[in-house]
Ligand binder design. Structure first.
Ligand code: URA
Length: 242
């Protein structure tokens, strides 16, 4: 981006009309990189300089939100020092501006949100946010109902007992000796679903996140990314628990 007059940048950011922005500048209420600026001709580069009005940062970049279907065997970061596949390999040049909301294990696939909205990302991953996440789980063996009940009620992990969870049995495949179920949790502990399944004696074979708050993976293809729709963004921003 190039340099532009402060009043133009402030107007584009929706702070005030250009005329009113001029008044803010003259009143000494605008700072650029920490310094009060009172001259109307002052220019700044919106992509480089930090602007403040009444000491509040001016948000210049439009917020963007994407849903990504992370395949297994991909690290939830934009760079991997070990050279493993990471999200940047799928999002191309957008990688610079986006970061993941929370993370999925290397071998977990499914729904991952990517955004440049640091505020939302932070809120959503804070334990107090309690966003509900649903995972589709496949484990070898036939899991008896009482073991699924244990997952529902809470199991003891080394960092404490898990909160009640919703578990829906999808079915048993007796030929392949596999149980498939969905589990919905609202805690965000490290490797939580895998550890819960370890405790009941049925370690996870496949784990896929299919839902996060009001958002569902639906028919997004593996490794694909799409912008959230207006309606989805609205739901997401007003989600506390969903
Ligand atoms: N639980 C896990 O065990 N792994 C994930 O990636 C997410 C939830």
């Amino acid at each position: 981006m190039s340099e532009e007059r402060l009043q133009k940048i402030l107007a584009q950011a929706g702070v005030a009309s250009r005329r009113d922005a001029e008044k803010l500048i003259l009143a000494g209420r605008v700072k650029v990189n920490g310094k009060v600026v009172r001259e109307l001709g002052t220019k700044a580069d919106a992509s480089r300089d930090r602007l403040f009005v009444d000491d509040k940062p001016v948000e210049l970049e439009e917020k963007t939100y994407y849903m990504f279907y992370k395949p297994r065997g991909v690290v939830t970061t934009m760079k991997d020092p070990e050279g493993r596949k990471c999200i940047a390999d799928f999002v191309g040049e957008m990688a610079e501006r986006l970061y993941p909301v929370g993370r999925l294990d290397y071998n977990t696939q499914g729904l991952l949100l990517l955004t440049n909205d640091g505020d939302l990302a932070q809120r959503m991953t804070h334990p107090s946010y309690e966003i509900r996440k649903t995972y589709q789980v496949r484990v070898p063996g036939i899991v008896p109902e009482e073991k699924l009940d244990a997952l529902r009620m809470g199991v003891m992990l080394e960092d404490g007992i898990t909160a009640p969870a919703t578990v829906n049995l999808l079915g048993y495949n007796h030929d392949k000796n596999i149980t498939e179920f969905n589990i919905t949790i609202h805690e965000g502990r490290n490797r939580q679903v895998r550890r819960m399944c370890d405790v009941i004696g049925f370690p996870v074979r496949d784990l896929k996140r299919i839902k996060m708050g009001p958002l569902s993976l639906k028919n997004l293809g593996k490794g694909k990314i799409r912008p959230l729709e207006e309606e989805e963004i609205k739901l997401l921003l007003k989600t506390k628990e969903n």
